[in-house]
Design a protein. Structure first.
Length: 399
């Protein structure tokens, strides 16, 4: 289980610990080493909307895509150097029979420069800092979680998430905003009880003609870990700031800001996790996107407020099986400055229960059930009050 956890964190974060869990390592004659690792997962997913709504079956990838990671590491001039490529394909076609080649997501392309004091600079495409601890501590990362209610309107485009070509949502939009993989230059202190990371990131345009990004986005994160006997505790906080304008000069400028925090306590066989976030001008579900009406209010000059979080319980049953339960939500508020309109525009929530069984050292068997729904003025599913039940079962094989 320790090996799987290290590998999963490596796949999601690209941290130095990845090398400890590689499935294949080759030592090169020039002193460099080459590692190859990854996972393949497949789930049967059944969904049904309300009592009389549509039902759907799919065989697809879960929240964590299948991964193939290639990494090379060497030491030159007292520096620990590395490069990393992470390919993340899905197994399913996007609702059609004849799709020649599944979707391949090039998630990771980065290099690292490590110093004698254990600190590191990462340059390239990797998971962003803001909210990343929320997703890597989510139990549905090993499963399916929320799928997304069908007929979701994304800026006028109608989609069908149960038959989508990408991953499922897990708790993305149901407890945290997806950090996504972005171009960045990030500095991290030496891993230990406490670790601090800060970086500049490729800025994102906002819906509503906010397409001028004069300076990079800033993101930061601090993690603290403590062990007391059989108990482990961790705490994290993170922040984000971005400035976006709707004109090359003059015009209006919106500052997007966000804060996130979480705590995880492993008390013998019981693990309790609680996380939350708040933001303005971030949007919901997919950061800076048009989902739920987008990050900019209808007046075109103010950022909408958003918040959310989740609580999660995991209990170890025997040596190979964990049983988990979690609840979370993500809200977006109208927030039109000056008119007092603070009505909840959209709200997604979900309950998930799951059984996670470590069949062998590398093979995991997962069974989950989720109930997801929407409330608010418009609702993400086209109207508020829509609910959907998800049942899933599948395998994850790490190497």
């Amino acid at each position: 289980m320790k090996r799987l956890t290290l590998l999963l964190l490596g796949l999601a974060l690209g941290v130095t610990a990845t090398a400890k869990a590689q499935g294949l390592t080759m030592q090169m004659s020039n002193g460099w080493s080459f590692q190859f690792a990854g996972n393949v997962n497949a789930f049967w997913v059944f969904t049904k909307v309300n009592n009389s709504g549509p039902a759907n079956s799919s065989v697809r990838t879960g929240l964590l895509p299948s991964f193939a990671t290639f990494e090379a590491r060497g030491k030159e001039g007292g520096l620990n150097l590395g490069i990393h490529f992470g390919f993340a394909p899905q197994i399913q076609n996007a609702g059609t029979h004849d799709q020649f080649g599944a979707q391949i997501d090039m998630r990771q392309v980065y290099m690292t420069v490590g110093f004698k004091d254990g600190s590191q600079i990462l340059v390239g495409r990797e998971l962003s800092l803001f909210g990343r601890q929320n997703i890597v501590n989510d139990m549905t990362l090993f499963g399916v979680g929320a799928v997304g209610i069908p007929n979701v309107t994304l800026a006028g485009i109608v989609a069908d998430p149960p038959q989508g070509g990408g991953t499922t949502l897990g708790r993305i939009g149901y407890g945290y905003i997806y950090p996504n993989f972005n171009a960045q230059v990030t500095y991290s202190t030496k891993p230990g009880k406490g670790q601090f990371s800060i970086g500049v990131f490729q800025p994102s345009v906002l819906t509503g003609a906010y397409g001028f990004t004069k300076i990079p986005r800033l993101e930061g994160e601090f993690i603290y870990n403590q062990r007391q006997g059989r108990n482990n505790y961790s705490f994290w906080i993170g922040g984000l700031w971005q400035s976006t304008s709707n004109a090359a000069s003059g015009g209006n400028t919106v500052s997007s800001i966000g804060g996130t925090a979480g705590i995880k306590a492993a008390l013998s066989d019981l693990t309790v996790t609680a996380t939350g976030y708040m933001g303005k001008g971030l949007g919901t579900t997919l950061m800076f996107s048009a989902l739920g009406g987008g990050p900019i209010a209808a007046n075109g000059t103010a950022g909408r407020k958003s918040d959310g979080g989740y609580v999660q319980l995991m209990y170890k049953v025997g040596t190979k099986t964990n049983v988990g339960a979690s609840w979370g939500f993500s809200r977006l508020v109208n927030e039109q400055t000056g008119d007092g309109n603070t009505t909840v525009r959209s709200n997604l929530y979900s309950y998930t229960v799951g059984v996670y069984h470590q069949w062998t050292k590398s093979l995991k068997f997962v069974v989950e059930g989720s109930n997801e729904g929407t409330t608010g003025v418009i609702g993400i599913a086209g109207s508020p009050g829509v609910k959907m039940i998800n049942l899933s079962a599948g395998f994850m094989l790490f190497f």
